[in-house]
Design a protein around this ligand. Structure first.
Ligand code: AMP
Ligand code: MG
Length: 452
């Protein structure tokens, strides 16, 4: 077996392992141009620039009348100013006429401001007049119905009143969004609203997932006397989807080299950029995954000083035809919590780098452990924790801004097989290598897990 990265004391730190993985990725996946409307969650391959100013032209912020501010300079509630209404400015059309002294145009929200007008008086501050100069409706009547012949304006309106100026939201050619960020719903509205119908994004990364284990059973398969249901296949595929990639299901392999190798090859043929295998990477008699990786390509690193997840294995295999960057092979420990944590630590950042994302790691928060916890000395522990919450559901922070956290499922919940504790955890708390146990009140780094 060839191990390409030298290991200190035969075991890698979390950083060494992550750098070793990321160092094999020298390019991102291909770029494609797709409809902005279809790009939710996709990673932008470059900056998005506004194709138009927003608003593109001066328009009205209110339903009312387009006027000249100086015409109504003396208007008060009891001494209104009378203006002739000479036409209309509707949304989606050119205004009927310009506004000249003593005249107004009825205008709708979003309609272009007519030439000559420098303000809009909201309809609430007017009274409509008929051809006989008598009120044709009550003071402040809404602007529906036939066009009045004239109107009374009951308040002075400053220049620019109720006008949305061209470019006041976005100037043309402004960079709206940076490359390497993923599109949110608001980002889609912003791009589409600034006249950008298509965006250049990275294609989705394809990640194949293979569970292994003679004891592992698929959905609806009989358990038999020694079977367990497959947690890792579905769990890892969900983590893949949540990280913005496409998941490919390679099923469940027996603990046989041939079966594992055949399924890895199927993953490569299916165009996987990444293959994740769970189980079979430890030192048991039937742990064949490392041998399968070695046969297909090479093992780049193995064994990390992390708890849970020590047997973590990483390798690379050439793509069919030898072109393009290698396929990344992740061997995650079979215990479900270990596979989950090692996905977070090593697979997710790699998928994000392949996908063209600029930021690779989750933001780190500060927490305080409210309970004692024991761990293995010499390994960095990623403890599953639950945040204390106030009655509104917000995490409770101390005077230094640190989140108060407790062990999910207590100390017993920290076993690498304890799914019930993983499922209630809000975050991973990081406990350094040196300690064998830490006291209640210890400050920790916190990685929030994806959830509301
Ligand atoms: P291994 O890494 O293959 O030695 O497996 C470690 C532990 O994780 C064993 O108790 C396995 O039964 C369990 N395990 C392995 N794969 C899965 C899986 N896909 N779903 C649930 N448990 C698993
Ligand atoms: Mg196994």
């Amino acid at each position: 077996m060839s191990v390409a990265v030298a290991t200190v004391g035969d075991i890698l730190s979390v950083e060494q392992a992550r750098e070793g993985v990321l160092g094999t990725i020298d390019r991102t996946v291909e770029v494609e141009v797709i409809a902005t409307a279809d790009a939710l969650g996709r990673v932008l391959a470059g900056p998005v620039r506004a194709a138009t100013a927003l608003p593109p032209w001066d328009n009205s912020a209110m339903d009312g009348y387009a006027i000249r501010s100086e015409d109504v300079a003396t208007a008060t509630e009891d001494n209104p100013v009378r203006l002739d209404v000479v036409g209309e400015a509707r949304a989606g059309s050119q205004p009927d006429a310009p506004v000249s002294p003593g005249r107004a145009l009825r205008i709708a929200t979003g309609a272009p401001l007519p030439w000559g007008a420098d303000a809009v008086v909201p309809v609430e501050l007017t009274t409509p007049l008929g051809p006989d100069d008598e009120p044709s409706g009550p003071r402040g009547r809404d602007a529906t119905g036939p066009l009045p012949a004239a109107c009374l304006v009951h308040q002075r309106i400053p220049i620019g009143g109720s006008i949305r100026r061209a470019g006041s939201d976005i100037a043309a050619d402004t960079i709206l969004l940076d490359g390497g960020s993923s599109l949110t719903a608001a980002g889609i509205a912003l791009s589409a609203g600034a006249g950008v119908p298509r965006v250049a994004v990275h294609r989705r990364v394809r990640v194949a997932v293979l569970a292994t284990g003679d004891e592992v059973r698929g959905p609806d398969e009989p358990m038999g006397p020694a079977g367990i249901p497959d947690a890792n296949g579905p769990g890892l595929r969900a983590l893949v989807t949540a990280s913005g990639a496409d998941a490919i299901d390679l099923g469940i392999a027996r603990d046989l080299l041939d079966d594992v190798s055949r399924r890895l090859e199927a993953g490569i043929s299916a165009g996987a950029d990444v293959i994740i295998v769970s189980g079979g990477v430890s030192v048991g008699p039937y742990d064949v995954v490392k041998t399968a990786f070695d046969a297909l390509g090479q093992i780049d690193l193995w064994r990390v000083a992390v708890q849970p997840g020590k047997p973590f294995t990483f390798g690379t295999a050439p793509r069919p035809g030898g072109r393009g960057s290698p396929v990344l092979l992740f061997g995650l420990p079979g215990n479900p919590v270990s596979s989950f944590v090692t996905f977070e630590l090593f697979v997710r950042p790699a998928v994000r780098r392949l996908a063209g994302q600029r930021s690779l790691l989750r933001p780190v928060d500060r927490g305080v452990l409210r309970e004692r916890v024991s761990k293995s000395a010499g390994r960095r522990a990623f403890i599953r924790v639950v945040a204390d919450r106030d009655p509104a559901g917000a995490p409770v922070r101390d005077s230094k801004g640190r989140v108060s956290v407790r062990l999910a499922g207590g100390q017993a919940g920290q076993g690498s097989h304890v799914l019930s504790a993983l499922a209630v955890a809000d975050a991973l708390a990081v406990v350094p290598e040196v300690a064998e146990s830490v006291r209640a009140g210890t400050a920790v780094d916190l990685w929030w897990l994806d959830r509301d």
